[in-house]
Design a protein around this ligand. Structure first.
Ligand code: UDP
Length: 239
């Protein structure tokens, strides 16, 4: 069994799929629930930065298959993440939580530019920081950015909230009925077995820098709260 981890500063990845509830666009009821949970955790004194995905709008690789230039398609994907950021910011402010959006592509009217030292200052003041536009670079994913941001702002844990799966399994549970959920696993095993619950690059970054990652299901109205409280939900991946 893995050790209980009650983190002080986390980076939470919310995929675009979560924001859209499986559909294109943003589902306000879901974003409201996410914001309520993040507000609860923040009021308990845990510093939360969020990396937001954009798969509910565009995925560059999919647009490429339909004939678009990959670079431009990836920029569309990154811009999609910013809409999710603004939706989350709105619901967090309604919960009474001060929030700053920082984007890797500058867009001064809606967000600050990504400034890691300033992000840390915001967190220390009890603000939630939402990172948008991924890394600002095509061919990257928001999973990888999550690991990178967590390292740069000295978070002690990465929280990967997933739609449709509640942890790491021995195989893809949607394909293989014998797949078992793992309580704990190492990054090395995840990489060796080719388990694709997040990007390989994200796992590698965490492994090299000994940054633990908790993979857990987004479903339910308290999974983020429980993950931040150090409960053993999902799968803990460690170096
Ligand atoms: N993207 C990118 N660089 C980044 C992050 C994202 O080019 O650093 C693009 C890429 O096209 C990706 C899309 O933005 O498909 C949406 O991000 P992602 O797929 O990571 O979102 P999620 O699957 O988590 O919703």
């Amino acid at each position: 069994t893995p050790p209980t981890m009650r983190p002080r500063r986390v980076v939470l990845k919310l995929s675009g799929e979560v924001f859209g509830g499986g559909d294109v666009g943003v589902e306000p009821d879901i974003v409201h629930s996410l914001a309520k949970q993040i507000a609860t955790v923040t009021r308990r004194g845990i510093q939360v930065a969020v990396v937001v995905g954009g798969g509910n709008f565009f995925r560059g690789a999919e647009l490429q298959k339909r004939g678009m230039d990959r670079n431009r398609a990836d920029y569309m994907g990154m811009l999609g993440t910013v809409m999710n950021c603004l939706a989350l910011q709105d619901f967090l402010e309604k919960e009474g939580i001060e929030t700053r959006v920082q984007t890797a592509i500058t867009m001064a009217q809606v967000a600050e530019p990504y400034l890691p030292l300033r992000a840390i200052r915001h967190l220390e003041k009890g603000r939630v920081v939402i990172f948008g536009a991924g890394a600002g670079m095509p061919y990257f994913s928001t999973d990888t950015v999550t690991a990178q941001r967590a390292l740069e702002i000295h978070a002690d844990m990465v929280l990967m909230s997933k739609n449709g799966v509640d942890g790491v399994y021995t195989a893809d549970p949607r394909i293989d009925p014998t797949a078992r959920k793992l309580e704990a696993i190492t990054f090395q095993e995840v990489l060796q077995r080719g388990l694709r619950v997040a990007d390989q690059a994200a796992f590698s970054l965490c492994q090299e820098n000994k940054l633990p990652m908790l993979v857990f299901g987004a479903e339910g109205d308290d999974t983020i709260v429980r993950a931040c409280a150090g409960e053993r939900i999902g799968t803990l991946i460690t170096a």
